[in-house]
Design a protein around this ligand. Structure first.
Ligand SMILES: NC(=O)c1ccc[n+]([C@@H]2O[C@H](COP(=O)([O-])OP(=O)(O)OC[C@H]3O[C@@H](n4cnc5c(N)ncnc54)[C@H](OP(=O)(O)O)[C@@H]3O)[C@@H](O)[C@H]2O)c1
Length: 256
Protein backbone atom coordinates (compact mmCIF):
# COMPACT_ATOMS: atom_id res chain seq x y z
CA UNK A 1 0.00 0.00 0.00
CA UNK A 2 1.30 3.47 -0.88
CA UNK A 3 2.10 5.42 2.28
CA UNK A 4 0.18 8.65 2.97
CA UNK A 5 1.76 11.79 1.51
CA UNK A 6 0.66 15.32 2.44
CA UNK A 7 0.43 17.08 -0.93
CA UNK A 8 0.25 20.47 0.84
CA UNK A 9 3.51 19.96 2.71
CA UNK A 10 6.15 22.65 2.15
CA UNK A 11 8.93 21.17 4.27
CA UNK A 12 12.30 22.44 3.09
CA UNK A 13 10.87 24.54 0.24
CA UNK A 14 12.68 27.85 -0.25
CA UNK A 15 10.38 30.80 -0.84
CA UNK A 16 10.62 34.53 -1.51
CA UNK A 17 7.45 36.42 -0.55
CA UNK A 18 7.31 40.12 -1.43
CA UNK A 19 5.21 42.61 0.51
CA UNK A 20 5.13 40.39 3.59
CA UNK A 21 5.36 43.16 6.22
CA UNK A 22 1.55 43.17 6.64
CA UNK A 23 -1.72 42.01 5.09
CA UNK A 24 -1.99 39.12 2.65
CA UNK A 25 1.78 38.70 2.12
CA UNK A 26 2.38 38.48 5.87
CA UNK A 27 -0.35 35.83 6.28
CA UNK A 28 1.05 33.79 3.37
CA UNK A 29 4.66 33.94 4.65
CA UNK A 30 3.65 32.81 8.15
CA UNK A 31 1.53 29.94 6.80
CA UNK A 32 4.36 28.79 4.49
CA UNK A 33 6.76 28.73 7.48
CA UNK A 34 4.21 26.79 9.56
CA UNK A 35 4.18 24.21 6.79
CA UNK A 36 7.96 23.88 6.90
CA UNK A 37 9.14 26.34 4.24
CA UNK A 38 12.15 28.61 4.63
CA UNK A 39 10.87 32.03 3.64
CA UNK A 40 12.68 35.25 2.83
CA UNK A 41 10.30 38.20 3.18
CA UNK A 42 10.93 41.48 1.38
CA UNK A 43 9.29 44.85 2.04
CA UNK A 44 10.30 48.38 3.08
CA UNK A 45 9.13 48.57 6.71
CA UNK A 46 11.49 46.98 9.24
CA UNK A 47 8.89 46.88 12.04
CA UNK A 48 6.36 45.06 9.86
CA UNK A 49 8.99 42.55 8.74
CA UNK A 50 9.94 41.97 12.40
CA UNK A 51 6.26 41.40 13.23
CA UNK A 52 6.05 38.70 10.52
CA UNK A 53 9.16 37.00 11.93
CA UNK A 54 7.58 37.12 15.40
CA UNK A 55 4.30 35.65 14.13
CA UNK A 56 6.19 32.66 12.73
CA UNK A 57 7.75 31.80 16.11
CA UNK A 58 7.42 28.09 16.72
CA UNK A 59 6.96 27.25 13.04
CA UNK A 60 8.86 24.28 11.65
CA UNK A 61 10.20 26.51 8.88
CA UNK A 62 11.94 29.89 9.13
CA UNK A 63 11.29 33.49 8.18
CA UNK A 64 14.18 35.81 7.29
CA UNK A 65 13.53 39.55 6.77
CA UNK A 66 14.99 41.66 3.99
CA UNK A 67 14.35 45.40 3.84
CA UNK A 68 13.95 46.34 0.17
CA UNK A 69 12.09 48.80 -2.02
CA UNK A 70 10.98 46.66 -4.95
CA UNK A 71 10.42 49.62 -7.25
CA UNK A 72 14.07 49.57 -8.25
CA UNK A 73 15.58 47.00 -10.59
CA UNK A 74 18.81 46.94 -8.57
CA UNK A 75 17.00 46.12 -5.33
CA UNK A 76 14.95 43.41 -7.06
CA UNK A 77 18.11 41.75 -8.43
CA UNK A 78 19.79 41.89 -5.04
CA UNK A 79 16.63 40.66 -3.22
CA UNK A 80 16.61 37.55 -5.41
CA UNK A 81 20.34 36.94 -5.00
CA UNK A 82 20.06 37.50 -1.20
CA UNK A 83 17.20 34.99 -1.10
CA UNK A 84 19.21 32.45 -3.07
CA UNK A 85 22.29 32.81 -0.87
CA UNK A 86 20.31 32.84 2.41
CA UNK A 87 18.14 29.85 1.44
CA UNK A 88 20.55 27.91 -0.79
CA UNK A 89 18.28 28.21 -3.84
CA UNK A 90 14.72 29.18 -4.68
CA UNK A 91 11.63 27.04 -5.23
CA UNK A 92 8.74 29.47 -4.73
CA UNK A 93 8.28 33.13 -5.63
CA UNK A 94 5.21 35.01 -4.42
CA UNK A 95 4.82 38.36 -6.18
CA UNK A 96 2.51 40.07 -3.69
CA UNK A 97 3.83 43.62 -3.06
CA UNK A 98 1.59 46.25 -4.61
CA UNK A 99 -0.16 49.50 -3.94
CA UNK A 100 -3.32 51.12 -5.15
CA UNK A 101 -4.28 54.60 -6.35
CA UNK A 102 -8.01 54.91 -6.97
CA UNK A 103 -8.52 57.53 -9.63
CA UNK A 104 -10.12 58.15 -13.01
CA UNK A 105 -8.04 58.73 -16.14
CA UNK A 106 -8.58 62.50 -15.81
CA UNK A 107 -7.20 62.46 -12.29
CA UNK A 108 -4.27 60.12 -12.95
CA UNK A 109 -1.02 61.88 -13.82
CA UNK A 110 1.51 59.99 -15.94
CA UNK A 111 3.83 59.78 -12.91
CA UNK A 112 1.12 58.09 -10.83
CA UNK A 113 0.33 55.64 -13.64
CA UNK A 114 4.03 54.83 -13.92
CA UNK A 115 4.47 54.33 -10.17
CA UNK A 116 1.53 51.92 -9.95
CA UNK A 117 2.64 49.97 -13.04
CA UNK A 118 6.24 49.96 -11.83
CA UNK A 119 5.39 48.13 -8.59
CA UNK A 120 2.24 46.18 -9.49
CA UNK A 121 3.42 44.85 -12.86
CA UNK A 122 7.01 45.72 -13.81
CA UNK A 123 8.47 44.51 -10.49
CA UNK A 124 6.75 41.14 -11.04
CA UNK A 125 8.33 40.90 -14.51
CA UNK A 126 11.75 41.74 -13.06
CA UNK A 127 11.34 39.34 -10.12
CA UNK A 128 10.35 36.51 -12.48
CA UNK A 129 13.29 37.33 -14.73
CA UNK A 130 15.81 37.37 -11.86
CA UNK A 131 14.33 34.22 -10.29
CA UNK A 132 14.09 32.30 -13.57
CA UNK A 133 17.45 30.42 -13.52
CA UNK A 134 16.94 29.45 -9.87
CA UNK A 135 13.39 28.23 -10.45
CA UNK A 136 14.58 26.26 -13.48
CA UNK A 137 17.27 24.67 -11.29
CA UNK A 138 14.66 23.74 -8.68
CA UNK A 139 12.63 20.52 -8.78
CA UNK A 140 9.61 22.37 -7.39
CA UNK A 141 9.52 25.75 -9.19
CA UNK A 142 6.33 27.69 -8.46
CA UNK A 143 5.33 31.32 -8.92
CA UNK A 144 2.22 32.88 -7.44
CA UNK A 145 1.30 36.29 -8.79
CA UNK A 146 -1.11 37.95 -6.39
CA UNK A 147 -3.43 39.66 -8.86
CA UNK A 148 -7.02 40.64 -8.02
CA UNK A 149 -10.58 40.20 -9.19
CA UNK A 150 -9.79 43.58 -10.75
CA UNK A 151 -7.41 41.73 -13.05
CA UNK A 152 -10.38 39.81 -14.46
CA UNK A 153 -13.08 42.50 -14.52
CA UNK A 154 -12.92 46.28 -14.12
CA UNK A 155 -14.39 48.93 -11.86
CA UNK A 156 -14.47 52.61 -12.79
CA UNK A 157 -12.00 55.14 -11.36
CA UNK A 158 -9.13 52.77 -10.60
CA UNK A 159 -7.45 52.96 -14.01
CA UNK A 160 -3.81 52.23 -13.14
CA UNK A 161 -4.50 49.41 -10.66
CA UNK A 162 -7.04 47.66 -12.91
CA UNK A 163 -4.66 47.93 -15.89
CA UNK A 164 -1.69 46.61 -13.90
CA UNK A 165 -3.63 43.64 -12.51
CA UNK A 166 -4.96 42.73 -15.98
CA UNK A 167 -1.33 42.93 -17.17
CA UNK A 168 -0.20 40.66 -14.34
CA UNK A 169 -2.69 38.01 -15.42
CA UNK A 170 -1.39 38.34 -19.01
CA UNK A 171 2.18 37.94 -17.75
CA UNK A 172 1.11 34.84 -15.79
CA UNK A 173 -0.40 33.21 -18.86
CA UNK A 174 2.47 34.16 -21.21
CA UNK A 175 5.16 32.94 -18.82
CA UNK A 176 3.33 29.69 -18.09
CA UNK A 177 3.89 28.77 -21.74
CA UNK A 178 7.59 29.65 -21.65
CA UNK A 179 8.17 27.82 -18.37
CA UNK A 180 5.99 24.71 -18.83
CA UNK A 181 8.91 22.87 -20.41
CA UNK A 182 11.09 23.69 -17.38
CA UNK A 183 8.58 22.22 -14.92
CA UNK A 184 7.77 25.59 -13.33
CA UNK A 185 4.13 26.31 -12.58
CA UNK A 186 3.05 29.97 -12.53
CA UNK A 187 -0.48 30.90 -11.51
CA UNK A 188 -2.33 33.99 -10.35
CA UNK A 189 -4.22 34.26 -7.08
CA UNK A 190 -7.07 36.74 -7.49
CA UNK A 191 -8.54 37.86 -4.17
CA UNK A 192 -11.83 39.71 -3.86
CA UNK A 193 -12.18 42.31 -1.10
CA UNK A 194 -9.88 41.63 1.84
CA UNK A 195 -9.56 43.70 5.04
CA UNK A 196 -6.00 45.06 5.00
CA UNK A 197 -4.17 48.39 5.16
CA UNK A 198 -4.69 48.71 1.39
CA UNK A 199 -8.46 48.61 1.72
CA UNK A 200 -8.66 50.61 4.99
CA UNK A 201 -9.85 53.77 3.15
CA UNK A 202 -12.63 51.79 1.41
CA UNK A 203 -13.61 50.17 4.69
CA UNK A 204 -13.72 53.59 6.35
CA UNK A 205 -16.01 54.96 3.62
CA UNK A 206 -19.51 53.90 4.66
CA UNK A 207 -20.99 53.95 1.15
CA UNK A 208 -18.15 51.95 -0.43
CA UNK A 209 -17.92 49.50 2.47
CA UNK A 210 -21.68 48.87 2.24
CA UNK A 211 -21.53 48.41 -1.55
CA UNK A 212 -18.73 45.84 -1.19
CA UNK A 213 -20.66 43.86 1.42
CA UNK A 214 -23.88 44.05 -0.59
CA UNK A 215 -22.23 43.07 -3.86
CA UNK A 216 -20.30 40.11 -2.40
CA UNK A 217 -22.64 37.09 -2.40
CA UNK A 218 -21.10 35.84 0.86
CA UNK A 219 -22.03 39.21 2.38
CA UNK A 220 -18.69 40.04 3.97
CA UNK A 221 -15.07 40.98 3.42
CA UNK A 222 -12.36 38.31 3.56
CA UNK A 223 -9.65 38.16 6.21
CA UNK A 224 -6.06 38.06 4.91
CA UNK A 225 -5.66 34.58 6.42
CA UNK A 226 -8.36 33.31 4.05
CA UNK A 227 -5.87 33.70 1.18
CA UNK A 228 -3.34 31.34 2.78
CA UNK A 229 -5.02 28.03 1.88
CA UNK A 230 -5.22 28.92 -1.83
CA UNK A 231 -1.60 30.15 -1.71
CA UNK A 232 -0.41 26.92 -0.10
CA UNK A 233 -2.27 24.98 -2.79
CA UNK A 234 -0.52 26.97 -5.55
CA UNK A 235 2.90 26.64 -3.85
CA UNK A 236 2.70 22.92 -3.18
CA UNK A 237 2.68 19.64 -5.02
CA UNK A 238 -1.13 19.78 -4.86
CA UNK A 239 -1.11 22.06 -7.93
CA UNK A 240 1.63 20.32 -9.94
CA UNK A 241 -0.47 19.97 -13.14
CA UNK A 242 -1.88 23.52 -12.99
CA UNK A 243 -0.22 26.43 -14.75
CA UNK A 244 -1.22 29.72 -16.37
CA UNK A 245 -4.48 29.83 -14.39
CA UNK A 246 -6.29 32.32 -12.19
CA UNK A 247 -7.50 31.10 -8.81
CA UNK A 248 -10.28 33.52 -7.85
CA UNK A 249 -11.04 33.75 -4.11
CA UNK A 250 -13.77 36.37 -3.84
CA UNK A 251 -16.80 35.13 -1.88
CA UNK A 252 -18.65 34.76 -5.20
CA UNK A 253 -18.17 38.38 -6.37
CA UNK A 254 -17.26 37.47 -9.99
CA UNK A 255 -19.75 34.58 -10.21
CA UNK A 256 -22.60 37.07 -10.82
N1 LIG B 1 -6.80 43.82 0.12
C1 LIG B 1 -7.56 43.50 -0.92
O1 LIG B 1 -8.80 43.63 -0.90
C2 LIG B 1 -6.94 42.94 -2.17
C3 LIG B 1 -7.81 42.50 -3.17
C4 LIG B 1 -7.25 41.96 -4.33
C5 LIG B 1 -5.88 41.89 -4.48
N2 LIG B 1 -5.07 42.34 -3.49
C6 LIG B 1 -3.64 42.24 -3.72
O2 LIG B 1 -3.04 41.53 -2.64
C7 LIG B 1 -1.69 41.96 -2.48
C8 LIG B 1 -1.45 42.34 -1.04
O3 LIG B 1 -2.31 43.41 -0.73
P1 LIG B 1 -2.70 43.80 0.77
O4 LIG B 1 -4.15 44.11 0.75
O5 LIG B 1 -2.15 42.82 1.71
O6 LIG B 1 -1.94 45.20 0.86
P2 LIG B 1 -1.12 45.91 2.03
O7 LIG B 1 -1.63 45.51 3.35
O8 LIG B 1 -1.10 47.34 1.66
O9 LIG B 1 0.34 45.26 1.85
C9 LIG B 1 1.12 45.60 0.75
C10 LIG B 1 2.51 45.04 0.98
O10 LIG B 1 3.33 45.47 -0.10
C11 LIG B 1 4.50 46.07 0.42
N3 LIG B 1 5.02 47.10 -0.46
C12 LIG B 1 4.38 48.22 -0.90
N4 LIG B 1 5.22 48.95 -1.66
C13 LIG B 1 6.40 48.29 -1.70
C14 LIG B 1 7.64 48.55 -2.30
N5 LIG B 1 7.85 49.65 -3.05
N6 LIG B 1 8.65 47.66 -2.13
C15 LIG B 1 8.46 46.54 -1.38
N7 LIG B 1 7.30 46.24 -0.79
C16 LIG B 1 6.28 47.12 -0.95
C17 LIG B 1 4.06 46.65 1.77
O11 LIG B 1 5.16 46.75 2.63
P3 LIG B 1 5.98 48.08 2.96
O12 LIG B 1 5.02 49.21 2.97
O13 LIG B 1 6.57 47.74 4.30
O14 LIG B 1 7.02 48.18 1.88
C18 LIG B 1 3.13 45.56 2.26
O15 LIG B 1 3.87 44.53 2.89
C19 LIG B 1 -1.49 43.09 -3.48
O16 LIG B 1 -0.93 42.59 -4.66
C20 LIG B 1 -2.91 43.56 -3.75
O17 LIG B 1 -3.03 44.21 -4.99
C21 LIG B 1 -5.56 42.87 -2.33
Amino acid sequence: MESYRDVFDLTGRRALVTGASRGIGQAIAVEFARRGAHVLIAARTASGLAETVEMATGASGTVTPLQADLRSEASITSAVSDAVSALGGLDILVNNAADDHDSSIEDTELGTWQRVLELNLQSCFLLCKAASPHLIASDHGKVINVASVLGTVAVANDIAYVSAKHGLIGLTRALSLEWAIHGIQINALAPGFVETAMTAPALANEAIAKWIKRSTPMGRWAAATEMTGPAVFLASEASDFMTGQILVVDGGWTAQ
